[in-house]
Design a protein around this ligand. Sequence first.
Ligand SMILES: C[S@@+](CC[C@H](N)C(=O)[O-])C[C@H]1O[C@@H](n2cnc3c(N)ncnc32)[C@H](O)[C@@H]1O
Length: 198
Amino acid sequence: MPSSTYDKPDYWSKKAFSEGYPARSVYKLQEMDDKFALIKPHFRVLDLGAAPGSWTTFVLRKLGEAGQVTAIDLSPLSTDVKGNNLSFFQGDLYAPAIRAQALKLGPYDLVICDAAPATTGNRTVDTARSSGLVELAIFYAEQMLKTGGNFVVKVFQGGGEQEHLKKMRTMFTTARGFKPEACRTESFETYLVGLKKK
Ligand SMILES: C[S@@+](CC[C@H](N)C(=O)[O-])C[C@H]1O[C@@H](n2cnc3c(N)ncnc32)[C@H](O)[C@@H]1O
């Protein structure tokens, strides 16, 4: 018998598959979009840590032809994630050349970051690496998000959320934590949301 929800396809994974999304993580973005009205049809969106591409697919479906998505990941997107208005760059978010590509296609109305480090199982190591990715995503948002733009970033709980929110409150009219119901119950990930860049 599977010992945890990580071992078996659960309700959210089956739903994602039947709706044409490569991963269940799409429902976390959907919940945040429902709550914070993040995505508008004409938007230019930067998706950091995008593979296999369910967030990218969700955004592309909401944008139609009017908007643009720039997606970045170390790994390729799933082969069926494509669109005339999608630019994908495979590489490391820390690499200056990747940041330059993202910069060229900006500025953006929305920056979303679901990037997660490869986990070791050591909570201290994993949360520290997650915290580093949050700082990096905030740096992208500082450089590339339009005034009035919104920002979402994943963080492992214990990865300095209060410090990150403190910084985000200097950049955004509102900044808060949000844990979508679609997060696995045993997961220690959560999200930070910044609304209306100053
Ligand atoms: C949870 S997955 C993202 C799922 C995605 N939002 C979706 O809905 O399909 C996390 C991703 O972060 C990426 N990642 C982690 N560190 C990265 C880095 N330094 N540069 C680029 N991508 C990174 C991983 O390769 C992985 O694909």
